[in-house]
Design a protein around this ligand. Structure first.
Ligand code: HEC
Length: 153
């Protein structure tokens, strides 16, 4: 039997205390991506919405409803799940533009894999998969939000 191990920092009022959330108690929130360029079936390798203001708005809300309970409010991790401001920290300081671009692309691909499939090791679910819960548009909208939270080196 698969075991679900989900321990997250609680939102807002409970920000300082930790609690365990049992599987089934947490319903992932659907994300309305109306107005964003439609991406279709094929998975993109890179964020197609970089800098898109509507994507940022949708992504901010989607992050707060679906990711913040584990990854922290405003992507500042409480220590349980990785701090997503640091996701592309290795790319930020790169001087060579071509290498930097390739680095960001690699991170985009890693982000998409992480969010689509979640993080499951040895039958334990550290992060649930979001494929089938969100469409691709919502996933990249969240990435667009995270890019505004990026640590500056
Ligand atoms: C139930 C808690 C939980 C939720 C909800 C959750 N995550 Fe995670 N996430 C984790 C944990 C824990 C890890 C680290 C897993 C590991 O150790 O392999 C992780 C890893 C990641 C990673 C890889 C980070 C890295 O530095 O390697 C990304 C990207 C990510 N999550 C994005 C998201 C996004 C986006 C959402 C919201 C759609 C989300 N997560 C929702 C718990 C969660």
């Amino acid at each position: 039997m698969k075991r679900i191990v989900i321990t997250c920092a609680a939102a807002a009022a409970l920000a300082t205390s930790l609690f365990a959330v049992a599987h089934g108690n947490v319903t992932p929130q659907g994300v309305d991506t109306t107005g964003l360029p439609v991406l279709g079936e094929k998975w993109r390798e890179e964020n197609p919405y970089k800098g898109n203001q509507l994507a940022l708005k949708i992504g901010t809300s989607a992050y707060n409803q679906n990711c913040a309970r584990c990854h922290g409010l405003e992507a500042v991790s409480g220590g349980i799940a990785p701090d997503l401001r640091l996701l592309d920290r290795d790319c930020v300081g790169m001087r060579n533009e071509a290498k930097k671009k390739a680095c960001y692309k690699e991170i985009d691909a890693y982000f998409l894999t992480s969010i689509r499939h979640g993080k499951v090791r040895n039958g334990a679910v550290y992060m649930p998969p979001f494929e089938g819960v969100f469409n691709q548009e919502a996933m990249w909208a969240i990435k667009t939000y995270l890019e505004t939270r990026r640590a500056s080196e």
